[in-house]
Design a protein around this ligand. Structure first.
Ligand code: CTP
Ligand code: MG
Length: 231
């Protein structure tokens, strides 16, 4: 049984508004994506790292890997798809995985992933086959249709979704294959595909530090955070 980390960096970062996709922006002494890659490389249990990148940035990605001191855990660079889901699928089909291999899918744009969250994700996935990382919702969330307030779900049961989302290979591959047969193939998140396939998924306690860089102000927050590390 092997443990693969799959770094999803196939996006364009449109909401951030820089020409360079956010995963390649500088953050302290390295790029955003390198923070994510190193989190997994530093985990003893992770065997290999797969990186999904836009085809037009493949050269840049190769260069980043070439510049690494030790790139022995980098297993493959895979071309991304038009959607996150397609990027995940390209990773799922890039190798002859064994059915019990564990795959951890992580947003490249979440640079502050702790070893504790990686370890808990691996442990729970070994036992239950599927897990996702969540933190309690801070804001009250309201369901609205049109301009009508429909309901205000109890905040105690609401969580924000983070990554990694981790699965045994056969579970995630079957879930994707099922979803691809239906016209409803559109989900921003793999846990929802696995749930649709009828498989239960366990919660890993996340950390607010493991936020995703989505907007420019998220990037600024990440820059400030990194500065505080070096003080
Ligand atoms: N991602 C991917 N392939 C895609 C789209 C997204 O691998 N076709 C990755 C992104 O690189 C990112 C993660 O999925 O690390 C989370 O997606 P998101 O925050 O939406 O990133 P982008 O799609 O790049 O940003 P935006 O939606 O603002 O364009
Ligand atoms: Mg996106």
């Amino acid at each position: 049984m092997k443990i693969y980390a799959i770094i999803l960096a196939g996006g364009k970062g449109l909401r951030l508004g820089e020409e360079t996709p956010k995963q390649f922006l500088p953050l302290g002494d390295k790029s955003v994506i390198m923070w994510s890659i190193e989190a997994f490389i530093n985990s003893n249990e992770v065997t290999s790292v797969i990186i999904v990148t836009p085809e037009m940035h493949r050269e840049r990605m190769n260069q980043i890997i070439d510049d690494m001191e030790d790139s022995s855990k980098i297993f493959k660079i895979v071309t991304g798809g038009d959607t996150r889901q397609e990027s995940v699928y390209n990773a799922l089909t890039c190798n002859n995985f064994n059915k019990d291999d564990i795959l951890l899918f992580h947003d490249a744009a979440r640079p502050f992933l702790s070893n504790r969250v990686i370890q808990d994700s691996i442990s729970l996935t070994k036992i239950f086959g599927a897990s996702g990382v969540y933190v309690p919702a801070i804001d009250t969330i309201t369901k609205i249709e049109g301009d009508d307030i429909i309901s205000i779900p109890d905040r105690e049961n609401l969580f924000y979704t983070q990554t990694p989302q981790s699965f045994k290979y056969d579970i995630i591959k079957n879930a994707h294959d099922k979803a691809r047969k239906k016209s409803t193939f559109r989900a921003t998140d793999d846990v929802s595909l696995v749930k649709q396939a009828g498989i239960p998924v366990k919660k890993v306690e996340g950390e607010y530090e493991n936020f995703k860089i989505t907007t420019y102000s998220d990037y600024e927050a990440a820059l400030i955070k990194v500065k505080s590390f070096t003080k």
